[in-house]
Ligand binder design. Structure first.
Ligand SMILES: NC(=O)C1=CN([C@@H]2O[C@H](COP(=O)(O)OP(=O)(O)OC[C@H]3O[C@@H](n4cnc5c(N)ncnc54)[C@H](OP(=O)(O)O)[C@@H]3O)[C@@H](O)[C@H]2O)C=CC1
Ligand SMILES: CC(=O)N[C@@H](CCC(=O)OP(=O)(O)O)C(=O)O
Length: 335
């Protein structure tokens, strides 16, 4: 059994990590941390009653290292990089769900996150944990930077077309919508019921931190300089991401050629389903699937993609990465 720690255990992604791991045949959750809670994990997550029986604790990284082999770090950015170097120094392997190790340039991190990176030498060397693009590099790593939820949806939707030179890399518009759990469980005014219920709003227009993450990963993966106009929206539903993406064809093409490129790219991928119908967030809720389709409309390429922000957009892909670094079947606990 691999002994697993869940850091930031009261949050939403931690709940989903534990929900998935309780059916993993080779993983045992031995530590769940919280600064605020001390009781059983079920006191904060009643749905885990009888499934995860440890209590919340607030140990230092050395104590965590004594009881774990792998940690899922489910903390906000900044808090994550405050704890991960000590865990790695004690030979604990880490899947980090925060953004702290995703960007490769410390100055880009500082610009978008508003503080200096305190572990800059790991930027640029830490693998980006999107198995569909970086599976071979993820295997055997001690640290994996799990992607963001909007970014996973956008990258999975766009990578096939950029790699096949089918769309202009500089003329991409991503119109993305997220359920409210995407903002986490920590209270914020924008996610109070009376603020977001029966309302649909855009936010961070022109300055969301997922734009540089999407551009970095797609540029690296395709070898082209990719620029995106990315607009996130908050939708009054619990979970799910819907991305409607508009691109300009790089040359004459047809809808069947676009569909064929998408199908070919994901022909061996279990968790990306290329569909003919228009996908819905309901179709992927609570699953590790990303459903994607493409249309050619009035000379423009339209890609439509959905996933569950907390599963394929966070905890599910984190378990995929856990399986890869632990040499388990990648699908374990995910189907
Ligand atoms: N929600 C989503 O859909 C997605 C989230 N992510 C990322 O995953 C990470 C976790 O997100 P999520 O679970 O939604 O967040 P939550 O706000 O739901 O939970 C985070 C937990 O971390 C603990 N925490 C908060 N601040 C600190 C701190 N300064 N130091 C130590 N512990 C702290 C809190 O627990 P306590 O107070 O008990 O200590 C809190 O419950 C974030 O980095 C987020 O950006 C990525 C993709 C999707
Ligand atoms: C609805 C909502 O608020 N969503 C979050 C993104 C969640 C996520 O993926 O965050 P990280 O990249 O920080 O891990 C946001 O826009 O900040």
């Amino acid at each position: 059994m691999v002994r697993v720690g869940v850091i930031g255990g009261t949050g939403y992604t931690a709940l989903e990590v534990m929900r998935l791991l309780q059916r993993h045949p080779h993983a045992e959750v031995t530590v769940v941390t919280s600064r605020s809670e001390t009781g059983p994990v079920s006191s904060s997550h009643p749905s885990l009653t009888g499934q995860i029986t440890v209590n919340f604790t607030n140990p230092d990284p050395d104590e965590i290292a004594e009881k774990t082999d792998v940690c899922f770090c489910c903390l906000p950015h900044k808090a994550s990089m405050d704890c991960i170097p000590s865990l790695l120094a004690s030979d604990v392997r880490v899947v980090d769900l925060s953004a702290d190790y995703r960007l490769s340039d410390p100055s880009v991190y500082e610009k978008w996150y508003g503080h200096v990176h305190t572990d800059p030498t790991r930027l640029g060397t830490t693998v980006y944990g999107l198995p569909e693009l970086y599976r071979d590099q993820i295997r055997g790593q001690n640290l994996v930077a799990n992607p963001g939820c909007y970014t996973s949806t956008s990258i999975l939707a766009l990578a096939p077309f950029l790699k096949a030179d089918l769309i202009d890399p500089q003329a991409i518009i991503i119109d993305a919508k997220s359920g409210v759990s995407g903002a986490g469980r920590s209270p914020k005014v924008a996610t109070l019921y009376a603020e977001c219920n029966e309302s649909f709003s855009a936010y961070s227009v022109g300055n969301h931190r997922h734009a540089p993450e999407i551009e970095q990963v797609l540029s690296n993966a395709s070898g082209k300089s990719v620029e995106v106009l990315f607009t996130p929206h908050l939708v009054p539903m619990d979970r799910g991401i819907f991305a409607t993406i508009y691109a300009t064809p790089a040359r004459d093409t047809t809808e069947s050629e676009l569909k064929e490129a998408l199908r070919a790219f994901y022909s061996n991928e279990k968790f990306v389903r290329v569909v003919d119908h228009l996908p819905r967030t309901k179709d992927v809720a609570y699953t590790n699937f990303c459903d994607v389709t493409v249309r050619l409309v009035r000379g423009r390429v339209m890609i439509l993609a959905v996933l569950d922000n907390m599963i394929k957009g966070a905890a599910g892909v984190a378990v995929q990465n856990f399986n890869l670094i632990s040499d388990f079947d990648e699908e374990t606990a995910l189907l």
